[in-house]
Design a protein around this ligand. Structure first.
Ligand code: DHB
Ligand code: FE
Length: 286
């Protein structure tokens, strides 16, 4: 049986990818950012996930105003890094897991989540930067990846509670897949940031820290938090954090917090990262 053994979250700031791709990780500005991901890189080597369900948002790379799926699951064999204006990132292609992805699509749709199914998808920094910070710079990614794209770019994004319940439907889907697979679910994006307008550069450290605290200990508050609070407190792009609730909803009650990292600044945003173990999961090595 497949099982979800961990939930991982991190920001997906494109400048982090550019720093890696251009060998700047040792520079004084970047050193503390990458130091914050050393723990998870070692941990992932031990965990050896077979598949990562990677919840992310596309930034007008694969979708634009012509097509705005709220939840889209990618069921293809492989996904190329997207060209976001300066050529694709020099990172490996992403290998999918079509059998598990179709199974999750079927289970979620029959559970009344009307997922969009995508077979061809180029994946942008929202997906490739988290892979880089968690897995480093290997010749091939060590896990298969099921991209799950969420609309947080065009109003209205899904509610936090809807995201949470999708996480619950996903863990049920994974648990009914017969193959023995070690599956992780990642939530990406955030934390507080605003890229445009009068408040560009907004960072709210206290609000970010409370979001991290509550993700483990008081998720009920986050489930019902209205969109306007993300916007007001965490900036216009802070809404990306609703995607972390899909990850969290898949972990059930009282997960254990294994690791946390928070740092400001990277580009003009806050970096957040957390690793959670569901109460009922057994570590991969056990
Ligand atoms: C930036 C872009 C993002 O998509 C994001 O989530 C954070 C930062 C940026 O362009 O700096
Ligand atoms: Fe983003």
């Amino acid at each position: 049986m497949a099982r979800i053994t961990a939930g991982v979250a991190s920001s997906h700031i494109p400048a982090i990818g550019a720093a890696l791709d251009n060998d700047k990780t040792g520079e004084p500005y970047w050193q503390p950012v990458f130091a914050g991901f050393e723990w998870v890189k070692r941990w992932e080597v031990e965990e050896k996930p077979d598949v990562v369900i990677l919840v992310y948002n596309d930034h007008a790379s694969a979708f634009d105003a012509n097509l705005i799926p709220t939840f889209a699951i990618a069921c293809g064999e492989r996904f190329r890094p997207a060209d976001e204006g300066w050529g694709p990132r020099p990172v490996p292609e992403v290998e999918g897991h079509p059998d598990l992805a179709w199974h999750i699509a079927q289970s979620c749709i029959l559970d009344e989540f009307d997922m969009t199914i995508i077979n061809e998808l180029d994946v942008d920094h929202g997906l490739t930067v988290p892979l880089s910070v968690m897995f480093g710079q290997p010749a091939a990614w060590p896990a298969k990846v099921i991209p799950l794209a969420v609309n947080v770019v065009t109003y209205p994004p899904p509610s936090g509670n809807r995201c949470w319940r999708l996480g619950e439907a996903i863990v049920k889907a994974v648990a009914s897949f017969r193959e023995d697979l070690n599956v992780q679910i990642w939530g990406t994006g955030g934390m507080s940031h605003q890229l445009q307008g009068m408040r560009a550069g907004l960072i709210n450290k206290a609000w970010d820290q409370r979001f991290l605290d509550d993700l483990t200990a008081d998720p009920e508050r986050l489930r019902t938090m209205p969109h306007i609070e993300y916007l007001r407190e965490a900036g216009s792009e802070g809404i990306e954090l609703v995607m972390w609730l899909i990850m969290r909803g898949a972990l059930g009650a009282e997960p254990e917090e294994l690791h946390r990292f928070y740092h400001v600044p990277a580009s003009n945003t806050a970096v957040g990262h957390i690793v959670l173990r569901p109460a009922e999961a057994t570590p991969a090595a056990a």
